[in-house]
Design a protein around this ligand. Structure first.
Ligand code: UDP
Length: 309
């Protein structure tokens, strides 16, 4: 296959690029480097099958030659990033998805959208199955990401229904691993960096809100299986082990051997109280379930942050 990955220099995009190259495919990574980084992909240039194009996918995009798959992963993805870049976040989810779909249609390629558990907002159903429509505040600070991704899903389904295009939609739950940015503001990088520096771990609110953390290699495996399936509707990919934020902070403190205290800071506006994927669909149709334990995944991530300090 020849695969285009938008957001190819980002955290997930770079892991996907590495994965598809290792499977013998050709990869074009496209990124405007707003939150992506060249150091994520610098090792991939030794492969003759890898190309990088610096480009903003909210504008017209073109690629020479055939494409078999377009994976649309471009977007700021942490709450801090989309608070810094609200309009680029809306544009890449809306206009960028439209451009990437148009390119996939032209090339007769499969289109895969990186969607998110954020389409469920602050859910009043737990765990969240794909059939749940969500509880999103459209005008809150997270709305720029949540609504852009909801629009992206609607646009993808319209291309599927109207143009009969093969599409895949992965709803990604909290994913962590090497190559997350230290300063992206999310719980895992914040806690690891704070713990390594013996600074207080900043738990927002009481810390009894929950998240379900999936290690990046499990996510990549799930996306690969989804791409090769024939499921045109959304599929949750995430780890169903639900943990409180306080538990995540304590686990990171234990694994780093840190002496950090835990302090509490105000809970951000519209912070979801619970989040846990129902992965029955991925299990039955993709024969996928996560394999990496929390301790294993966090240890690898901690090593990465130690090396890049
Ligand atoms: N959080 C926290 N301390 C931090 C960063 C985040 O307690 O330093 C909390 C945040 O309020 C949320 C959870 O951790 O409840 C996960 O936040 P993250 O930004 O990682 O991702 P989200 O799931 O909110 O998109």
């Amino acid at each position: 296959m020849r695969v285009l990955i938008t957001g190819g220099a980002g955290f997930l995009g770079s892991h996907l690029a590495e994965h598809f190259l290792s499977q013998g495919h050709k990869v074009i990574a496209m990124d405007n480097l707003l939150t992506g980084r060249m150091e994520n992909i610098s090792a991939l240039f030794k492969s003759r099958d890898f190309e990088f194009v610096k480009c903003d996918v909210t504008n017209y995009i073109s690629v020479r030659g055939k494409l078999d798959a377009v994976l649309h992963f471009a977007s700021p993805a942490s709450p801090i990033d989309y608070a810094h870049f609200p309009i680029p976040t809306l544009k890449v989810g809306a206009l960028g998805t439209h451009k990437a779909l148009g390119l996939a249609k032209d090339k007769k390629a499969v289109f895969l959208l990186a969607s998110t558990s954020e389409v469920y907002g602050d859910p009043d159903v737990n765990p969240q199955p794909e059939t749940y429509w969500g509880n999103v505040n459209p005008i809150g600070p997270r709305g720029v990401y949540d609504e852009a991704k909801r629009f992206a899903e609607a646009m993808t389904m319209a291309y599927h229904r109207f143009h009969r295009m093969p599409v895949r939609i992965v709803r990604i739950f909290n994913t962590y691993g090497p190559r997350m940015r230290k300063e992206d503001g999310r719980a895992v990088p914040n806690f690891i960096m704070q713990a390594l520096k013996n600074r207080p771990l900043t738990v927002y609110g009481k810390g009894n809100q929950t998240r379900s953390l999936c290690y990046v290699s499990d996510l990549v495996e799930g996306i690969d299986k989804l791409l090769h399936s024939d499921i045109n509707t959304p599929v949750n990919i995430g780890n169903p082990r639900e943990l409180t934020i306080l538990k995540i902070a304590r686990t990171i403190r234990k694994l780093t051997g840190s002496k950090s205290r835990i302090i509490h800071k105000p809970l951000p506006v519209d912070d979801p109280q619970v989040r846990r994927p129902d992965i029955a669909l991925a299990k039955s149709r993709l024969k996928w379930s996560p394999q990496v334990s929390l301790d294993q995944g966090l240890s690898k991530t901690i090593d990465h942050f130690k090396r890049s300090q």
